[in-house]
Design a binder for this molecule. Sequence first.
Ligand code: SAH
Ligand code: SF4
Ligand code: F3S
Length: 472
Amino acid sequence: MNKKNVFINTIGCQMNVYDSSQMAKLLKHKNYESVDSYTNADLIIVNTCAIREKAVQKVYSFLGRLSDLKKKNTRLKIVVAGCVAQQQGAKLIKRFPQIDIVLGTHAINQLPDLLSRIEDSSSPIVRIAFSEKIHETASPAISVTQKEKVSDFVTIMQGCDNYCTYCVVPYVRGREISRKPESIIKEIQMMVYSGLKEITLLGQNVNSYGVKEGLTSFPELLAMVNDIDGLERIRFVTSHPKDLSDQLIESFGKLNKVCNHIHLPVQSGSNHILTKMNRKYTREAYLEKIEKLRAVSPGIGITSDFIVGFPGETEQDFNDTLGLIETVQFDSVFAFEYSDRLEAPASRFSDKINSAVKRNRLQRLFTLQKEITKKKNQSLIGQTFSVLIEGESKNQLKNISTSETVELSGRTSENRIVNFDGSPEWVIDIESLKGETVNVEIVKAFSNSLFGVLLKSQIEHLKSEEGHFHVA
Ligand code: SAH
Ligand code: SF4
Ligand code: F3S
């Protein structure tokens, strides 16, 4: 069979990142090699996101660019997968006739079959039916074929039943369905076997894992994952505040591999807006959960998501949001201007906020959080953290590292990025540092990262255990 090249452009959340890697694994069996550029690809997949209008525009502009390419190379196949594929279906083909397959969010495992079908036919295929069952793309045979990254994702459940009034996810990912714990554990074991050290469990609301199916609860699943030999760190996203149980909060203290970080999207600090968003918790209930988390796990990294300019958001409501940010002192936050989604009920709410006000509120929110993050990061100077090394730092990769040395990057348990010089004279094999957990003392603080110094005394044990290091 001839070797072919596939280029996958992934837009959107970690779930899409996971789905893209599943597609790449499936395609490997059809002799497709993943490439980094679409110019000489035989197959281009764009895995799409519909969460905000900007994400959808990104998809359309990418698809627009592909039309010339297809004219030049008639053998090129184009697949649109993910949430915009699910949302738009056949409409996408009307707008972009160069598309060969529209692959909905429940159809990923059909990709190899559908590709065979379009080999000898020119009519495009649309697959957007929702299935009752979860797609289990990762058969063991598929998983072991590639060397895993140090840190990767695994989806433990798909869909969402929460229907926050602004959100498109329930309409494009379907109902909440949890994977069986045995299948998740098996997949992670396989990844660990191939080099993985840190797993992030993914779901729109991991806290309700298994509840609907009467399966293992999420804290029980965490305990099972914690028992996997060779795995060092466990993270999970996203936790919905309404379902954050005491049992889960206690897992932070009890399970040694669960990282000291929680992403707990609050969206707004105003009870009036939280009710309109259908979030089913109050500002007070949220603050109480934060206190409990900090009681169990002092120093826990806490991050959140915010939407500014939700329909009807007054200046007072927005000030409540700023007040909540002041009170909690998040480590960092993601914040977005509210974007109308046609399927979601909030698109029909009155009192829409104009874009200048939304932009202004977003700026004010970021200015406040920037100060908090800066203060927090500066307070870490002089402290030592255990850092799981993932690879070269972004500075190094972009060639803007100021030093002659090799700058490596990793994250602390609290999910803070730490860059450091990975090539002091006493380290002889930088490559083998990747995937190791080392102690780094923080010497500089920036707004999005920390810079540290690798502690020699702390990694000497690695030399005796693994023979990776030469210590002078
Ligand atoms: N399931 C996760 C969030 C998934 S979407 C949760 O419930 O927290 C990621 C983030 O996008 C959300 O937390 C929200 O802040 C933002 N978001 C979702 N819909 C949006 C919209 N219509 N406009 C602006 N931001 C939105
Ligand atoms: Fe969207 Fe709400 Fe579900 Fe998160 S919990 S995916 S914000 S509907
Ligand atoms: Fe986007 Fe779909 Fe994720 S809408 S945020 S890619 S679930």
